[in-house]
Design a protein around this ligand. Structure first.
Ligand SMILES: Nc1nc2c(ncn2[C@@H]2O[C@H](COP(=O)(O)OP(=O)(O)OP(=O)(O)O)[C@@H](O)[C@H]2O)c(=O)[nH]1
Ligand SMILES: [Mg+2]
Length: 422
């Protein structure tokens, strides 16, 4: 089963909590704050693995969660950082944000890495808050809690050359003859079920060839597997359009040529703009005079550049490789897909939303509050006083009053519910 589009869930690790602790030993009855910092959560990283060429690994494994950071502890001990999770993908994987459909990354270099989600920050321990005026802070900060996200991975093969043509045209046979690939070959249509890649070498230079299977009439409207695979043609620089000139499947070779081109242009005008070289295959099956007649017919009717080969006898195969290399040298490398500037991992630390529940309770939420509340531990009157002070400083009390909060009104901020008193 070939898998080239899949939705997965990813999550970076939460930050570990900072610790609130005081040094107590036999010698120091009243030691200072010694609560250590929480560790950072692990990141989510995508990495190109050259040994992969499908997204099959994601068929059953769809959730990837990096490790949480460890909590800080006494004696200034910092929590361990959570381990990153590395997600291996094949070269040519484009990553989309499932929510907005925007492209997050296009991974087309071997071994390249992409940091998709940063781990949550660890919280500060109480030792961090010690200052000349605050000798014994009793509070610490909780770690940053990260959100789970969904992304779509889509494989768009990166090859210089795409082999297209009707099933049985001889695509896989040609690939096996000109490259290191070893695809399945058989005398029936749809032998190849997913694109194969091979590296072809000519005079010490190389190019990558993709065998794009399953193209038939109606492919652009979803017939067969072809439509599914046409996205792999999008990024090739040159199409070798294979046409069985021996007509061994009983169809007219010129109609075959026209039909496949129709499918390409129906799929997208971009595909029809990709430079093409027509390759007539299986010349060994025809008498020389019949072959010449058909070539002449093609010249008269279509008048496009072509080369006639036989993968069986290797007739013209070397020439085809050389012409392909020569053509490629004149076609610029394709830019990778266009990426809009988009910070997928942007953290919301600014939003502030005030809403009201049916019973009149004011609810304050948003990233600004989430961030602030990490440092709030309502263990006693002092910390509550701090909490109220900060609400005042942040302008939240004024905003609430503006929205109608009166003395005695109820306010809910995350898990904290309190009565407002002036
Ligand atoms: N005589 C002869 N037979 C060939 C030649 N090239 C391919 N064939 C045969 O044609 C049949 C189909 O070849 P494949 O390479 O599997 O064709 P394909 O285009 O990959 O077909 P699908 O994978 O089904 O799309 C096989 O039986 C091959 O042996 C050739 O140059 N000469
Ligand atoms: Mg094949």
């Amino acid at each position: 089963m070939f898998l080239d589009r899949v939705k997965i869930t990813i999550k970076s690790g939460n930050g570990g909590n900072g610790s609130a602790s005081f040094l107590r030993t036999a010698m120091t009855a009243k030691g200072g704050p010694d609560g250590g910092e929480g560790g950072n959560g692990g990141n989510v990283i995508f990495k190109v693995d050259k040994n992969l060429n499908t997204l099959y690994n994601f068929k059953y494994h769809k959730k990837f969660v990096a490790e949480n950071g460890g909590d800080g502890s006494k004696r200034l001990k910092t929590g361990a950082n959570g381990k990153d999770i590395i997600i291996n993908v094949p070269c040519g994987t484009v990553i989309y944000d499932s929510e907005t459909g925007k492209i997050i990354a296009d991974l087309c270099e071997i071994d390249s890495e992409f940091l998709a989600l940063r781990g949550g920050k660890g919280g500060h321990g109480n030792a961090y808050y010690k200052s000349s005026i605050k000798q014994a802070p009793h509070y610490s900060q909780t770690g940053e809690v990260t959100k789970q996200r969904e992304v779509i991975l889509e494989l768009k093969t990166i090859a210089d050359v795409g082999l297209v043509g009707f099933p049985n045209a001889g695509k896989s046979t040609l690939l096996s003859v000109i490259s290191n690939a070893n695809p399945k070959i058989a005398n029936y249509p749809f032998t190849t079920l997913y694109p194969n890649l091979g590296v072809c070498e000519v005079y010490g230079q190389t190019f990558v060839v993709a065998d794009i299977p399953g193209l038939i009439e109606g492919a652009s409207e979803g017939q067969g597997l072809g439509h599914y695979f046409l996205r792999h043609v999008e990024r090739v620089r040159l199409i070798l359009h294979l046409v069985d000139i021996s007509q061994s499947d009983g169809r007219d070779f010129i109609e075959d040529y026209i039909n496949i081109n129709n499918e390409l242009s129906k799929y997208s005008t971009d595909l029809s703009k990709i430079p093409q070289l027509v390759v007539f295959t299986k010349s060994d099956l025809l008498e020389q005079d019949v072959l010449e007649q058909r070539e002449k017919l093609f010249q008269d009717k279509i008048n496009k550049e072509y080369i006639t080969i036989s993968a069986a006898t290797h007739h013209n195969v070397e020439q085809l490789k050389q012409i392909t290399l020569e053509k490629l040298s004149k076609i610029p490398k394709k830019a990778s897909v266009e990426i809009e500037k988009f910070d997928f991992d942007q953290r919301d630390i600014d939003s502030l939303v005030i809403s009201r529940e049916d019973d009149g309770t004011f609810v304050v939420s948003g990233g600004k509050i989430d961030n602030f509340i990490r440092g709030v531990v309502l263990s006693d009157n002092r910390s509550f006083a701090y909490f109220q002070n900060r609400l005042q400083q942040m302008g939240i009390i004024d905003m609430l009053k503006h929205r109608g909060l009166k003395n005695g009104g109820t306010v809910k901020i995350k898990d904290i519910v309190f009565e407002y008193t002036e």
